[in-house]
Design a protein around this ligand. Structure first.
Ligand code: FNR
Length: 405
């Protein structure tokens, strides 16, 4: 079913009378019903003042259940909110009269220099947001010269993504509980030239996405009308191009519950790709990851979509940086929407910062042009913030620029 068959207006009429309203935790649900006034929405990517303006257009363009998949978190969405709210606790100590005429935002990662520290986090199922899906995202990342990580659950196979990107993407791995399947997927990513494998360790099947489920449960269409096989993991994975041609009979989950740190050396034996662990939020796990061979870490709580820790990514970053002590690069994601958000993470010692939802808003709003504009706006904000703070390069962004309230 698509939005043309079941328009936003009829959904909102239904939502107004839906029992979903009586079920508490209604902040996000209210946001679904509120919408934006048509005259407040931008109608072309180049009208956007900031990336937040894409969200309202994405919400208007998508069927509500797809928008809910993009927007929501788990249980009361508290980790999702924490990811944004935490930035307010860190203030900037801006310096004056420094030479910031030329601002260098470039960073180096595994031998490659990127013009910007802003990278595109892996996000599966991008066809739910735009027909051109990951191809539009990859073309935008290429045009704007940003790093793109392709998900195991991508709607598009890694080879086609790499072609659109004009270089091999980083490949994000959900390991599954069938090692034959894991090996085949890893081999395929390596054969496609991917230089880095990102192992996601923070997202088990069965997350309590109550807000999404409330919207789905009461929606006038059933997800299974389109999603053949429903949301049983083997059926979800079976539809993904990265699992095409593989025997999925024994696969039951994306992240086995009995998987432990010894999976890292096993994965390293499978390929020569660098191994980055995504989803680290503590000093203990940072240390264990390095001891087991991790080449890099991404501090992440999956954009608040997995755990009800109520602990923001930006709050987890300092302890991970302190534990790592420069041995491997540390990236971070979760709630980054403004130039100053990136600046704060870089000041804490992050090598690079990833975004998820902002580029999906751009994609859902205006396809490739939307993603491109999201990236250029964020770069522009970071550049302005660096100038205003008095930092001419990423290396100059030190913790001296930060005060914690
Ligand atoms: C994700 N994320 C994710 N992560 C991952 O490792 N593999 C995946 O397939 C997905 N899929 C996915 C789908 C959707 C709709 C979202 C919003 C997110 C998590 C993603 O990589 C990243 O950690 C967060 O999106 C970062 O938070 P923000 O920027 O969305 O707040």
């Amino acid at each position: 079913m698509n939005s043309s068959q079941y328009g936003r207006r009829s959904f909102l009429r239904w939502l107004a009378t839906s029992p979903a309203w009586t079920l508490g935790g209604a902040g996000l649900l209210k946001a679904f019903a509120t919408g934006a006034r048509a005259e407040d929405l931008i109608t072309a990517a180049d009208q956007a003042l900031n990336v937040l303006e894409f969200e309202a257009v994405a919400r208007q363009n998508l069927p509500p259940w797809h928008y809910a998949y993009l927007a929501t978190g788990v249980t009361d969405d508290s980790t999702l909110r924490a990811n944004r709210e935490a930035f307010a606790r860190y203030q900037l100590r801006t310096r004056r009269l420094r030479d910031v005429k030329n601002v260098d935002m470039s960073v180096e990662l595994f031998g490659t220099r990127w013009e910007s520290p802003i990278m595109l986090a892996p996000v599966g199922s991008q066809r739910a947001f735009h027909p051109e899906a990951e191809l539009a995202t990859a073309r935008a990342a290429a045009a704007q010269k940003h790093n793109f990580m392709v998900s195991t659950h991508s709607s598009t196979g890694v080879e086609a993504v790499n072609e659109a990107l004009g270089r091999p993407a980083w490949f994000q791995l959900y390991p599954t509980d069938d090692w034959n399947v894991t090996r085949a997927v890893v081999n395929r990513a390596e054969k496609a030239g991917c230089p880095v494998m990102v192992l996601t360790v923070d997202s088990q099947n069965g997350a309590l996405r109550d807000t999404l489920f409330k919207i789905r449960r009461s929606a006038p269409v059933k997800c299974t009308d389109c999603h053949v096989g429903g949301f049983v993991y083997s059926a979800v994975a079976g539809r993904r191009p990265m699992f095409e041609g593989l025997d999925m009979a024994r696969v039951t989950t994306q992240l086995p519950l009995d998987m432990t740190w010894d999976v890292l050396p096993r994965l390293k034996e499978l390929s020569s790709m660098k191994l980055v662990i995504k989803g680290i939020v503590t000093r203990e796990d940072a240390e264990l990851a390095i001891q087991h061979g991790a080449d890099g870490l991404i501090v992440s709580n999956h954009g608040g979509r997995s755990e009800d820790s109520n602990r923001a990514s930006i709050d987890c970053l300092p302890e991970v940086i302190a534990a790592v002590q420069g041995r491997v690069p540390v990236l971070v994601d979760g709630g980054f929407r403004r130039g100053t958000d990136f600046f704060k993470a870089l000041a804490m010692g992050a090598r690079a910062v990833c975004i998820g939802r902002p580029y999906l808003w751009g994609l859902a709003a205006f396809g490739q042009a939307g993603v491109e504009t999201v990236l250029s706006l964020l770069r522009r904000e970071l550049q302005i913030d660096m100038r205003q703070a008095g930092a001419a390069s990423v290396a100059e962004i030190t913790k001296d620029f930060l005060v914690e309230r």
